[in-house]
Design a protein around this ligand. Sequence first.
Ligand SMILES: NC(=O)C1=CN([C@@H]2O[C@H](COP(=O)(O)OP(=O)(O)OC[C@H]3O[C@@H](n4cnc5c(N)ncnc54)[C@H](OP(=O)(O)O)[C@@H]3O)[C@@H](O)[C@H]2O)C=CC1
Ligand SMILES: C[C@H]1O[C@H](OP(=O)(O)OP(=O)(O)OC[C@H]2O[C@@H](n3cnc4c(=O)[nH]c(N)nc43)[C@H](O)[C@@H]2O)[C@@H](O)[C@@H](O)C1=O
Length: 323
Amino acid sequence: MGGSVRGMVSGIVMEKGSKIYVAGHRGLVGAALVRALQRQGYENLLLRTHKELDLTRQADVENFFQTEKPEFVYLAAAKVGGIHANNTYPADFISINLQIQTNVIDAAYKSGVKKLMFLGSSCIYPKEAPQPIQEESLLTGPLETTNEWYAIAKIAGIKMCQAYRLQYSFDAISAMPTNMYGPHDNFHPENSHVLPALIRRFHEAKKANAKEVVVWGTGAAYREFLHCDDLADAALFLMKNYSDLSHVNVGSGKEITIKELAELVKEVVGFEGELQWDSSKPDGTIRKLMDSSKLAALGWESKIPFKQGLIDAYKWYVENYDA
Ligand SMILES: NC(=O)C1=CN([C@@H]2O[C@H](COP(=O)(O)OP(=O)(O)OC[C@H]3O[C@@H](n4cnc5c(N)ncnc54)[C@H](OP(=O)(O)O)[C@@H]3O)[C@@H](O)[C@H]2O)C=CC1
Ligand SMILES: C[C@H]1O[C@H](OP(=O)(O)OP(=O)(O)OC[C@H]2O[C@@H](n3cnc4c(=O)[nH]c(N)nc43)[C@H](O)[C@@H]2O)[C@@H](O)[C@@H](O)C1=O
């Protein structure tokens, strides 16, 4: 690809005083992005709660961008949930995500945003993709059915960034994070992802002196976990150092089975009962380890050790949900 924006580095620099809009700043990733930006001295942050600005409302989004004129955008607002939520609310996952990302990317381009980062997910890749999964595996085979609606929306988001780069030279990049966890996660008993769900279930079982905890599926599926502070660090790194068509995988490179995860959460929480596996619940994709060597070649690697991140996430849960 030729041209400064289509090519590797656009020369657009995020200054300490740049106006930066973090969409979804109260979520797991958005809150981590705000912490990382503030830690690095970026103080001119533009933040709106869902109540203040519903990103599915196109006219409101256009008005917001034209009025506020942010220079940089992190798009971390989305309809997000675990395997059960994805499987139960397919219409919400495809329609809300398509609306949010279409409104934000288009309004950002039209209002003169200098650079935007879209966040996808490792579920964009085919269910049977060769492991570890390279960026090039996108659109090479059928998707995992439990989250194909969300995945289709995320694929459309990547393609929209690419199309706006090609047609309008808009500097939109996409990062594909693996399964994440950390402070400000969603701890809903049914709709959350596995790690916060297990933290809550084991903690409540410990307090109730329960004899067993039910864990979904067979425990045989593998997942790769990344702390949200690592993701935020990578997102700042990419905003400063990457400008190209292809999306970029962001993972830790380490995977564990759900059975191993459940044993580890049990240990960290201090629950002393038994595990009961509910195999009527889906396992989802059996394995989705991402190949993050492209990001490593640019000079970034994850830093937070999994067990330490898990201990910290449990501490955050206790302090914020159990006070
Ligand atoms: N969590 C994970 O494991 C992974 C997440 N990702 C991606 O990272 C990004 C952030 O995810 P995460 O932080 O976990 O999600 P969260 O659910 O924690 O946060 C999402 C945020 O988006 C906001 N939001 C949702 N709908 C709207 C709307 N219509 N208008 C305005 N704001 C809205 C939410 O506000 P409110 O709660 O008030 O609705 C919330 O603050 C998403 O794009 C997600 O797909 C990718 C891979 C894994
Ligand atoms: C990030 C990614 O996250 C989602 O995909 P997922 O990786 O399948 O997400 P999950 O965290 O919900 O499950 C991981 C594994 O864990 C098992 N599992 C056990 N017990 C519980 C449990 O109690 N809750 C949940 N949710 N899962 C459980 C569960 O059966 C599965 O085998 C996408 O929909 C989409 O959002 C996406 O992109």
